[in-house]
Design a protein around this ligand. Structure first.
Ligand code: HT7
Ligand code: ZN
Length: 872
């Protein structure tokens, strides 16, 4: 595939103002009749031909201004249609195409899922339905008429409002006409046809507009749609109160399908979801699933303003909608649940996904400058780091100016296809600040490392804090400039008091403790101190950087026990635990006093905020430790050291953990609210740690919890502990679980995932066996992610086996999947993204597997792009 460059952007030569579609749904031969009103774009080239994109299309006819064109009047193949001209300033164009939804295994364009019809058009799927100017800066008003056999598809949905429906007498067929008055790019087009159960209610917007909000699920699953509908209602209200954004159509439809490449899609007025992010009941979904549903429902809904009303000029601006919308969904969940716990969870994701991506060959700027395959840029960098940039912007200019900037953005850019410059311009204007330097965050890849060192002068009562920053080189960016890094800080006394902040230059640290590091080095001199302070830096994780500070273990214990910033309190615990694990890797035993501090914490604060305590109890992951070490990684050595520390802590804290595990049991009916979710999270975390300390006692408690649980969170929490303890109890629990949920693929995914994550030699054979299980299918992305994705992304010791068989398994799976579903295959291949930091033997094996993939003939652009960049 050719390289697409941001610098080559130019407007289209034509615009398409209206699109009228008449689509006769058929499982293997769907006819698409498309009427376009086309005009020359004043910003385009005069006399240019009309070049439309297609993808695997069968063309039936082309008609211009009512006259059917003969084959010599256009050039067409499955991938494009050109009208050479001369062409008038404006004209009507009618194109008839034929598509086969049943043969569409890529799940892009129009396809079948669970016997229903659905579409996925982002990023370039509309061109698989009809020839079009398939790019986000071409905005059109769509009218869609759908027709189908009533028995085949009783429900017919498209974007916008329903304007007409009826039977076609004597045919057994019916139709529905939908009109969307809001101009939109083709990637937001959607239709659904099929047999679906509906759960609906009325939502009245702040200004009194009545909206029907509905969730449609596969037949028989309606009662599992209630939480999604509730989350939708709460999201709509939150966007009104927090950002003044109201919904703008008469209906808002959400449809859940079981075959879906990603999480969900924000099509205008007709969101289509992976059913994993819709279906939930206490018996089938964990608290984490409920939280995921809430977040994804909110995310797609929030796109209505950040993505749909204001869309992207080109795909390089993807973070304009994705980073901003992730920020908005994070804020929503923080408001609905616990803000600190949400922040910790988000930072965990950022570090495991984005920091890993940014430290390897797939590193790219939040706004990339080139791509070969845009589907490969729906990344943690664009999404999560993109959200961090918006968060930093708010910290820098303050919440009031931030809100003014958002208001200005909505007012000024509504109805347009915008750029990052348009977005930042609104905040510069609203705050009166120059954001030119800050904009570097969109351009420069890599994770900045901030180094802090301090000097206390008791006689002078001063503390000199020196901060410096450096960003390691990334592909195509060998040298880096200093960034604008907001560092929120505080000073803590030995007994835990917050010390007053006064500096020699009062402007440097503001009342909220914000210091802006915008050069390579800076020094802050704090004055008026009567004791040596412990600096608490990067509070709330105020910037997506790696912080290296020279705090000793005692300082960290002070922060762990007393920091008023919950994020840094948690971080201090993580750092202490990391030190224990690193010492274990060196064969040393050290006493960081972490066990003692944790015991104290479990007896005091933990019960006040169980959700937070659960985060504290979860040791740094193997990936966290690997990131800390940075090179010559031996995942088995990390696993063993971490396990040794976990065992020791589990044994040391056994009395506390046993007491907690018992006390946190509840006989009340299941509710997925924040308080009960926190309680169950802590109970599961306590069980996990105590089972590490005492496998016999742990297995007994886990078995009892597994048998007694009346909800999936505790059942799965117990099973997750049991799968780590080989023996009859594990085999029995796995069999019981499979028997109970044999007819529920989404629940069986949890069973696949847990087994794929077992850090044992035998897991490879177990996976081969599970791939033959009747519930497994290479045609369903959720199954692939559950079995192979979990193995590659979470089972560090077995994926990175020294014999290379883990790499081969994933390489073989990628190759087997590529022709069927390149998008999912390419994503699976990103499991190799940190291969260069492995120790030499594993590095060699990983490279060989990657080279084998890269050398395969006939690769999709998706897989070839990831393989190629991974090896660069
Ligand atoms: N905007 C969507 C991203 C997306 C997608 C979704 C489903 C299948 C394929 C897709 N390609 C891109 C989802 C979102 O970020 O909200
Ligand atoms: Zn999104």
């Amino acid at each position: 595939a050719p390289v697409v460059r941001l610098e080559d952007y130019r407007p289209t030569d034509f615009l398409i103002d209206t699109v009228v579609l008449d689509i006769a749904l058929d499982a293997t031969a769907t006819r698409v009749h498309a009427d376009f009103s086309v005009r020359r774009n004043p910003a385009g080239r005069a006399d240019a031909p009309l070049v439309l994109q297609g993808d695997e299309l069968v063309l039936l006819s082309v008609t211009r201004d009512g006259v059917r064109l003969t084959a010599d009047q256009y050039q067409a193949d499955p991938q494009g249609l050109i009208l050479p001209g001369p062409l008038p300033e404006s004209f009507s164009l009618t194109i008839e195409t034929m598509v086969n939804p049943s043969a569409n295994t890529k799940l892009m364009g129009l396809y079948r899922s669970g016997g229903n019809y659905c579409t996925q058009c982002e990023a370039e799927g509309f061109r698989r339905i009809t020839y079009f100017l398939d790019r986000p800066d071409v905005l059109s008003v769509y009218t869609t008429r759908l027709e189908a056999a009533r028995a085949d598809a009783p429900l017919l949905l498209a974007n916008g409002n329903l304007v007409e429906r009826g039977d076609i007498p004597g045919t057994g067929r019916h139709y529905a006409v939908w009109h969307d008055p809001h101009p939109k790019p083709a990637y937001l087009f959607a239709l659904v046809g099929g047999t679906l159960d509906t759960l609906a209610e009325e939502f009245v917007t702040a200004s009194g507009r009545k909206v029907e909000i509905a969730v449609h699920v596969e037949a028989g699953k309606r009662e599992r749609a209630a939480y999604a509908l509730d989350a939708l209602r709460r999201s709509m209200r939150w966007d009104e109160t927090t950002f003044g954004r109201e919904y703008d159509l008469d209906v808002f439809n959400v449809v859940a399908v079981s075959d879906f490449n990603m999480g969900a899609m924000e099509n205008k007025g007709l969101n289509i979801f992976n059913d994993k992010y819709v279906l939930a009941s206490s018996d089938t979904a964990t608290d984490a699933d409920y939280a995921g549903i809430e977040t994804v429902i909110a995310h797609e809904y929030f796109h209505n303003w950040t993505g749909n009303r204001i869309t992207c000029r080109d795909w390089f601006q993807l973070c304009l909608k994705e980073g901003l919308t992730v920020f908005r969904d994070q804020e929503f969940s923080a408001d609905e649940r616990s803000r600190p716990v949400k922040r910790i969870a988000d930072v965990r994701t950022l570090r495991t996904q984005q920091f890993a991506e940014d430290s390897g060959p797939l590193s790219h700027p939040v706004r990339p400058r080139t791509y070969r395959e845009i589907n490969n840029f729906y990344t943690a960098t664009v999404y999560e780091k993109g959200a961090e940039i918006v968060r930093m912007l708010r910290s820098l200019i303050g919440p009031a100016a931030f809100r003014r900037g958002m208001d200005l953005y909505f007012a000024r850019c509504d109805g347009t296809a915008a750029t990052i410059e348009d977005f930042l311009g609104c905040f510069a204007e609203a705050s009166g600040r120059d954001l030119g330097h800050f904009a570097q965050w969109y351009e420069q890849a890599g994770t900045p490392v901030v180094t802090a060192s301090g000097q206390y002068d008791a006689a002078a009562g001063t503390y000199r804090l020196t901060l410096s920053q450096a960003t390691p080189p990334t592909p195509g960016q060998p040298t880096k400039a200093p960034m604008v890094i907001p560092i929120v800080l505080g000073l803590v006394g030995a007994s835990g008091d917050a010390l007053p902040i006064a500096t020699t230059n009062e402007a440097t640290v503001d009342a909220d403790g914000l210091f802006v590091l915008d050069s390579a080095n800076a020094t802050i001199t704090f004055t008026g101190l009567t004791e040596r302070p412990v600096p608490s830096l990067l509070r709330g994780f105020s910037a997506p950087v790696r912080l290296e500070s020279e705090l000793d273990d005692d300082d960290l214990v002070v922060l762990f026990r007393h920091d008023s910033d919950p994020f840094n309190q948690w971080q201090a615990g993580q750092t202490l635990a990391t030190r224990l694990i690193l010492a274990a890797m060196r064969g040393e035993t050290v006493n960081t006093r972490f066990g003692e501090a944790l015991g104290h914490f479990l007896d005091s604060d933990a019960r006040n905020d169980p959700a937070f305590a659960a985060q504290v109890l979860a040791l740094p992951s193997e990936a966290d430790i690997a990131r800390d070490i940075g090179r010559d990684i031996n995942p088995t050595a990390i696993h063993n050291a971490r396990l040794a520390v976990k065992r020791a802590l589990g044994a040391e804290l056994a009395p506390h953990l046993n007491a907690l595990h018992g006390a946190l049991q509840s006989s009340e009916a299941y509710r997925p609210d924040a308080a009960n979710t926190g309680r169950r999270a802590l109970r599961n975390a306590a069980l996990d740690l105590l089972a590490a300390g005492d496998a016999t006692e742990g297995a007994a408690r886990a078995t009892a919890q597994f048998d007694e649980a009346d909800n999936m969170t505790e059942r799965l929490g117990a099973l997750a502990v049991l799968v780590l303890i080989p023996g009859a109890a594990r085999d029995h629990a796995l069999a019981t679980f499979a028997a109970r949920y044999g007819d529920n693929p989404l629940v069986l995914d949890k069973w696949f995932a847990l087994q794929a994550g077992i850090p044992e030699e035998g897991t490879l054979d177990r996976i081969t066996e599970l791939a033959r299980h009747p519930a497994f299918s290479m045609g369903n992305p959720n199954r692939i992610r559950a079995l192979f994705g979990s193995f590659a992304m979470t089972n560090a010791t077995q994926f990175n086996r020294e014999d290379g068989r883990g790499y081969d398994l994933i390489a073989d799976t990628v190759l087997a999947l590529d022709a069927r579903n390149p998008q999912v295959a390419a994503r699976l291949l990103t499991a190799f993204r940190t291969w260069r930091v492995l120790e030499p033997i594993r590095r060699g094996k990983a490279e060989a597997a990657l080279r084998r993939v890269a050398a395969t003939q006939g690769l999709s652009p998706d897989v070839s792009d990831i393989a190629g960049r991974s090896l660069e």
